[in-house]
Design a protein around this ligand. Sequence first.
Ligand code: NAP
Length: 283
Amino acid sequence: MERIRLNDGVEIPAVGFGVFMIPNGGETYRAVLDALKAGYRHIDTAAAYMNESDVGKAVRDSGIKRDEVFITSKLWLQDYGYDAAKKGVNTSLKNLGMDYMDLYLLHQPYGDVEGAWKALEDAKKAGKIRSIGVSNMTPKIWNSFVPRFSTIPSVNQVECNPYFQQSELRKILDPQGVRLEAWYPLGHGDKGLLANETVVALAKKYGKNAGQVILRFEIQSGIIVLPKSTNPERIKGNLDIFDFELSEGEMEQMRALDKGKGTHDPEAPGVGEMLLNNYRIHE
Ligand code: NAP
Protein backbone atom coordinates (compact mmCIF):
# COMPACT_ATOMS: atom_id res chain seq x y z
CA MET A 1 0.00 0.00 0.00
CA GLU A 2 1.32 3.41 -1.01
CA ARG A 3 1.95 5.78 1.90
CA ILE A 4 2.00 9.56 1.88
CA ARG A 5 4.16 11.75 4.11
CA LEU A 6 2.12 14.55 5.71
CA ASN A 7 3.51 18.04 6.41
CA ASP A 8 4.34 17.01 10.00
CA GLY A 9 6.33 13.93 8.89
CA VAL A 10 3.62 11.39 9.80
CA GLU A 11 3.03 8.72 7.13
CA ILE A 12 -0.53 7.80 6.16
CA PRO A 13 -1.69 4.91 3.91
CA ALA A 14 -3.12 6.50 0.75
CA VAL A 15 -6.33 4.42 0.85
CA GLY A 16 -8.49 4.30 3.97
CA PHE A 17 -11.66 2.42 4.88
CA GLY A 18 -14.53 4.73 5.91
CA VAL A 19 -17.17 3.53 8.38
CA PHE A 20 -19.75 6.34 8.09
CA MET A 21 -23.31 5.06 8.70
CA ILE A 22 -22.25 1.54 9.69
CA PRO A 23 -23.92 0.69 13.02
CA ASN A 24 -21.93 0.00 16.19
CA GLY A 25 -22.38 -3.22 18.14
CA GLY A 26 -21.31 -5.74 15.51
CA GLU A 27 -21.60 -4.42 11.96
CA THR A 28 -18.73 -1.95 12.17
CA TYR A 29 -16.69 -4.56 14.05
CA ARG A 30 -17.16 -7.11 11.24
CA ALA A 31 -16.64 -4.56 8.46
CA VAL A 32 -13.35 -3.34 9.98
CA LEU A 33 -12.13 -6.91 10.56
CA ASP A 34 -12.95 -7.74 6.91
CA ALA A 35 -11.21 -4.57 5.71
CA LEU A 36 -8.08 -5.36 7.75
CA LYS A 37 -8.12 -8.92 6.38
CA ALA A 38 -8.37 -7.49 2.84
CA GLY A 39 -5.25 -5.40 3.48
CA TYR A 40 -6.55 -1.99 4.59
CA ARG A 41 -4.31 -0.39 7.22
CA HIS A 42 -6.16 2.92 7.56
CA ILE A 43 -9.61 3.28 9.14
CA ASP A 44 -11.61 6.53 9.08
CA THR A 45 -14.19 6.93 11.87
CA ALA A 46 -15.60 9.89 13.85
CA ALA A 47 -17.17 10.58 17.23
CA ALA A 48 -20.40 11.41 15.37
CA TYR A 49 -20.45 8.01 13.63
CA MET A 50 -20.94 6.52 17.12
CA ASN A 51 -18.90 3.44 16.18
CA GLU A 52 -15.42 4.18 17.56
CA SER A 53 -15.72 1.31 20.09
CA ASP A 54 -16.31 -1.31 17.36
CA VAL A 55 -13.34 0.08 15.39
CA GLY A 56 -11.06 -0.25 18.43
CA LYS A 57 -12.27 -3.76 19.24
CA ALA A 58 -11.78 -4.93 15.63
CA VAL A 59 -8.22 -3.56 15.56
CA ARG A 60 -7.40 -5.30 18.86
CA ASP A 61 -8.96 -8.61 17.77
CA SER A 62 -7.32 -8.53 14.31
CA GLY A 63 -3.95 -9.53 15.71
CA ILE A 64 -2.35 -6.71 13.74
CA LYS A 65 -0.04 -4.54 15.81
CA ARG A 66 -1.52 -1.17 16.79
CA ASP A 67 1.30 0.76 15.13
CA GLU A 68 0.61 -0.97 11.81
CA VAL A 69 -2.92 0.44 11.57
CA PHE A 70 -3.60 4.15 10.99
CA ILE A 71 -6.65 5.33 12.93
CA THR A 72 -8.45 8.59 12.16
CA SER A 73 -11.32 9.96 14.23
CA LYS A 74 -13.01 13.35 14.37
CA LEU A 75 -14.23 15.76 17.02
CA TRP A 76 -17.94 16.53 16.86
CA LEU A 77 -19.45 20.06 16.98
CA GLN A 78 -20.98 19.53 20.43
CA ASP A 79 -17.43 19.35 21.79
CA TYR A 80 -16.04 22.55 20.27
CA GLY A 81 -14.29 25.13 22.44
CA TYR A 82 -11.03 24.42 24.28
CA ASP A 83 -12.26 22.62 27.42
CA ALA A 84 -14.97 20.59 25.69
CA ALA A 85 -12.54 19.57 22.93
CA LYS A 86 -9.98 18.36 25.48
CA LYS A 87 -12.68 16.11 26.93
CA GLY A 88 -13.79 15.09 23.42
CA VAL A 89 -10.27 13.84 22.60
CA ASN A 90 -10.24 11.75 25.79
CA THR A 91 -13.71 10.35 25.05
CA SER A 92 -12.63 9.25 21.56
CA LEU A 93 -9.54 7.56 23.03
CA LYS A 94 -11.68 5.84 25.65
CA ASN A 95 -14.25 4.66 23.07
CA LEU A 96 -11.49 3.37 20.80
CA GLY A 97 -9.72 1.75 23.77
CA MET A 98 -6.45 3.23 22.51
CA ASP A 99 -3.82 5.45 24.08
CA TYR A 100 -3.26 7.48 20.90
CA MET A 101 -4.94 8.25 17.57
CA ASP A 102 -2.94 8.70 14.36
CA LEU A 103 -5.07 11.55 13.04
CA TYR A 104 -7.83 13.59 14.65
CA LEU A 105 -9.88 16.11 12.69
CA LEU A 106 -12.21 18.99 13.46
CA HIS A 107 -15.17 17.35 11.70
CA GLN A 108 -17.00 20.58 10.83
CA PRO A 109 -15.93 24.25 10.61
CA TYR A 110 -18.52 25.94 12.88
CA GLY A 111 -18.61 27.37 16.40
CA ASP A 112 -15.46 27.84 18.50
CA VAL A 113 -13.14 26.31 15.91
CA GLU A 114 -10.07 28.13 17.23
CA GLY A 115 -10.54 26.90 20.82
CA ALA A 116 -11.09 23.34 19.59
CA TRP A 117 -8.00 23.52 17.38
CA LYS A 118 -5.88 24.70 20.33
CA ALA A 119 -7.06 21.64 22.29
CA LEU A 120 -6.01 19.38 19.39
CA GLU A 121 -2.59 21.06 19.28
CA ASP A 122 -2.16 20.44 23.02
CA ALA A 123 -3.32 16.82 22.72
CA LYS A 124 -0.74 16.35 19.96
CA LYS A 125 1.99 17.76 22.21
CA ALA A 126 0.81 15.37 24.96
CA GLY A 127 1.23 12.38 22.59
CA LYS A 128 -2.48 11.58 22.39
CA ILE A 129 -2.69 12.35 18.66
CA ARG A 130 0.11 12.03 16.08
CA SER A 131 -1.32 14.36 13.46
CA ILE A 132 -4.14 16.93 13.42
CA GLY A 133 -6.34 18.21 10.63
CA VAL A 134 -9.66 19.71 9.58
CA SER A 135 -12.62 18.74 7.44
CA ASN A 136 -15.20 20.45 5.26
CA MET A 137 -13.25 23.69 4.92
CA THR A 138 -13.92 25.50 1.63
CA PRO A 139 -11.32 28.09 0.50
CA LYS A 140 -13.37 30.85 2.17
CA ILE A 141 -13.78 28.95 5.46
CA TRP A 142 -10.09 27.91 5.42
CA ASN A 143 -9.04 31.54 4.99
CA SER A 144 -11.30 32.66 7.82
CA PHE A 145 -9.79 30.27 10.41
CA VAL A 146 -6.42 28.79 9.50
CA PRO A 147 -4.38 32.03 9.36
CA ARG A 148 -5.18 32.38 13.10
CA PHE A 149 -4.02 28.83 13.98
CA SER A 150 -0.46 28.47 15.27
CA THR A 151 0.00 25.14 13.41
CA ILE A 152 -1.06 24.35 9.86
CA PRO A 153 -3.43 21.33 9.59
CA SER A 154 -1.92 18.23 7.99
CA VAL A 155 -5.09 17.41 6.02
CA ASN A 156 -8.44 18.87 4.96
CA GLN A 157 -11.02 16.10 4.42
CA VAL A 158 -13.60 17.31 1.89
CA GLU A 159 -16.00 16.02 -0.74
CA CYS A 160 -13.91 15.27 -3.84
CA ASN A 161 -14.23 13.12 -6.97
CA PRO A 162 -13.74 13.57 -10.75
CA TYR A 163 -16.94 15.66 -10.98
CA PHE A 164 -15.80 17.93 -8.10
CA GLN A 165 -12.01 18.15 -8.14
CA GLN A 166 -11.63 20.98 -5.62
CA SER A 167 -9.17 22.85 -7.83
CA GLU A 168 -9.63 26.22 -6.03
CA LEU A 169 -9.07 24.60 -2.64
CA ARG A 170 -5.97 22.79 -3.88
CA LYS A 171 -4.43 26.10 -4.92
CA ILE A 172 -4.47 26.99 -1.20
CA LEU A 173 -3.60 23.57 0.27
CA ASP A 174 -0.80 22.44 -2.07
CA PRO A 175 1.66 25.30 -1.39
CA GLN A 176 1.30 24.65 2.35
CA GLY A 177 1.87 20.91 1.98
CA VAL A 178 -1.67 20.18 3.24
CA ARG A 179 -3.10 16.94 1.85
CA LEU A 180 -6.62 16.70 0.59
CA GLU A 181 -8.52 13.64 1.82
CA ALA A 182 -11.50 12.75 -0.40
CA TRP A 183 -14.85 11.83 1.06
CA TYR A 184 -17.33 10.56 -1.54
CA PRO A 185 -14.29 9.61 -3.69
CA LEU A 186 -16.66 7.57 -5.90
CA GLY A 187 -19.32 10.27 -5.87
CA HIS A 188 -21.20 8.23 -3.22
CA GLY A 189 -21.73 5.61 -5.93
CA ASP A 190 -22.92 8.19 -8.55
CA LYS A 191 -24.16 6.02 -11.41
CA GLY A 192 -23.45 8.75 -14.00
CA LEU A 193 -19.85 9.04 -12.86
CA LEU A 194 -19.34 5.27 -12.76
CA ALA A 195 -20.79 4.99 -16.29
CA ASN A 196 -18.93 8.02 -17.69
CA GLU A 197 -17.50 7.09 -21.10
CA THR A 198 -13.96 8.33 -20.33
CA VAL A 199 -13.92 6.32 -17.10
CA VAL A 200 -15.40 3.22 -18.74
CA ALA A 201 -12.94 3.36 -21.67
CA LEU A 202 -9.98 3.56 -19.28
CA ALA A 203 -11.41 0.73 -17.18
CA LYS A 204 -11.63 -1.44 -20.30
CA LYS A 205 -8.08 -0.53 -21.36
CA TYR A 206 -6.55 -1.46 -17.99
CA GLY A 207 -8.84 -4.42 -17.16
CA LYS A 208 -10.16 -2.62 -14.08
CA ASN A 209 -13.62 -1.50 -12.95
CA ALA A 210 -14.82 2.12 -13.11
CA GLY A 211 -14.35 2.64 -9.36
CA GLN A 212 -10.73 1.50 -9.55
CA VAL A 213 -10.00 3.96 -12.40
CA ILE A 214 -11.54 6.83 -10.42
CA LEU A 215 -9.57 5.95 -7.28
CA ARG A 216 -6.36 5.58 -9.33
CA PHE A 217 -6.91 9.05 -10.83
CA GLU A 218 -7.35 10.52 -7.35
CA ILE A 219 -4.28 8.76 -5.94
CA GLN A 220 -2.18 9.94 -8.91
CA SER A 221 -3.46 13.45 -8.16
CA GLY A 222 -1.89 13.19 -4.68
CA ILE A 223 -5.21 12.72 -2.88
CA ILE A 224 -5.87 10.36 0.05
CA VAL A 225 -9.06 8.38 -0.66
CA LEU A 226 -11.68 6.87 1.65
CA PRO A 227 -13.82 4.58 -0.55
CA LYS A 228 -16.62 2.73 1.16
CA SER A 229 -18.17 -0.55 0.14
CA THR A 230 -20.09 -3.30 1.86
CA ASN A 231 -19.40 -5.69 -1.02
CA PRO A 232 -16.41 -7.98 -0.21
CA GLU A 233 -15.20 -8.05 -3.84
CA ARG A 234 -15.28 -4.25 -4.14
CA ILE A 235 -13.73 -3.77 -0.68
CA LYS A 236 -10.75 -5.79 -1.96
CA GLY A 237 -10.84 -4.30 -5.45
CA ASN A 238 -10.72 -0.72 -4.19
CA LEU A 239 -7.23 -1.48 -2.81
CA ASP A 240 -6.09 -3.15 -6.01
CA ILE A 241 -5.16 0.10 -7.77
CA PHE A 242 -1.39 0.10 -7.51
CA ASP A 243 -0.53 -2.13 -10.49
CA PHE A 244 -1.44 0.30 -13.29
CA GLU A 245 -0.77 3.94 -14.06
CA LEU A 246 -2.77 6.50 -16.05
CA SER A 247 -0.67 8.40 -18.59
CA GLU A 248 -0.44 12.20 -18.47
CA GLY A 249 -2.89 12.37 -21.41
CA GLU A 250 -5.35 10.13 -19.56
CA MET A 251 -4.98 12.21 -16.39
CA GLU A 252 -5.82 15.25 -18.54
CA GLN A 253 -8.96 13.49 -19.87
CA MET A 254 -10.02 12.76 -16.29
CA ARG A 255 -9.28 16.35 -15.19
CA ALA A 256 -11.62 17.53 -17.97
CA LEU A 257 -14.57 15.82 -16.21
CA ASP A 258 -14.58 18.44 -13.42
CA LYS A 259 -17.93 20.22 -12.96
CA GLY A 260 -16.60 22.24 -10.02
CA LYS A 261 -19.58 21.45 -7.80
CA GLY A 262 -20.49 18.76 -5.27
CA THR A 263 -23.51 17.70 -3.21
CA HIS A 264 -22.64 19.49 0.05
CA ASP A 265 -22.09 23.23 0.48
CA PRO A 266 -20.41 23.93 3.84
CA GLU A 267 -21.06 27.66 3.33
CA ALA A 268 -24.85 27.32 2.98
CA PRO A 269 -26.72 29.28 5.66
CA GLY A 270 -27.67 27.23 8.73
CA VAL A 271 -25.56 24.14 7.90
CA GLY A 272 -23.74 24.20 11.26
CA GLU A 273 -27.02 24.32 13.25
CA MET A 274 -28.59 21.66 11.05
CA LEU A 275 -25.66 19.28 11.62
CA LEU A 276 -25.62 19.97 15.35
CA ASN A 277 -29.36 19.21 15.57
CA ASN A 278 -29.10 16.06 13.45
CA TYR A 279 -26.19 14.53 15.38
CA ARG A 280 -26.56 14.81 19.17
CA ILE A 281 -23.87 12.41 20.39
CA HIS A 282 -24.36 13.27 24.08
CA GLU A 283 -26.39 15.65 26.23
P1 NAP B 1 -18.09 6.62 -1.81
O1 NAP B 1 -16.98 5.78 -1.29
O2 NAP B 1 -17.81 7.66 -2.82
O3 NAP B 1 -19.23 5.70 -2.43
C1 NAP B 1 -19.65 4.50 -1.87
C2 NAP B 1 -20.65 3.88 -2.84
O4 NAP B 1 -20.00 3.45 -4.02
C3 NAP B 1 -21.38 2.71 -2.26
O5 NAP B 1 -22.73 2.78 -2.73
C4 NAP B 1 -20.68 1.52 -2.91
O6 NAP B 1 -21.60 0.45 -3.11
C5 NAP B 1 -20.20 2.05 -4.23
N1 NAP B 1 -18.90 1.48 -4.63
C6 NAP B 1 -17.83 1.24 -3.85
N2 NAP B 1 -16.79 0.76 -4.58
C7 NAP B 1 -17.23 0.70 -5.86
C8 NAP B 1 -16.62 0.29 -7.08
N3 NAP B 1 -15.36 -0.13 -7.11
N4 NAP B 1 -17.38 0.37 -8.20
C9 NAP B 1 -18.64 0.80 -8.17
N5 NAP B 1 -19.28 1.20 -7.05
C10 NAP B 1 -18.57 1.16 -5.90
O7 NAP B 1 -18.85 7.42 -0.66
P2 NAP B 1 -19.24 7.15 0.86
O8 NAP B 1 -19.23 5.74 1.19
O9 NAP B 1 -20.53 7.77 1.09
O10 NAP B 1 -18.10 7.96 1.67
C11 NAP B 1 -16.82 7.37 1.98
C12 NAP B 1 -16.29 7.77 3.35
O11 NAP B 1 -16.03 9.19 3.41
C13 NAP B 1 -17.24 7.56 4.55
O12 NAP B 1 -17.29 6.26 5.04
C14 NAP B 1 -16.60 8.48 5.60
O13 NAP B 1 -15.52 7.84 6.24
C15 NAP B 1 -16.12 9.65 4.74
N6 NAP B 1 -17.05 10.83 4.82
C16 NAP B 1 -16.66 11.92 5.51
C17 NAP B 1 -17.47 13.04 5.60
C18 NAP B 1 -16.99 14.25 6.36
O14 NAP B 1 -17.79 15.16 6.62
N7 NAP B 1 -15.73 14.34 6.74
C19 NAP B 1 -18.71 13.06 4.96
C20 NAP B 1 -19.12 11.93 4.24
C21 NAP B 1 -18.28 10.81 4.18
P3 NAP B 1 -21.30 -1.04 -2.58
O15 NAP B 1 -21.28 -0.96 -1.06
O16 NAP B 1 -22.44 -1.84 -3.10
O17 NAP B 1 -19.97 -1.45 -3.12
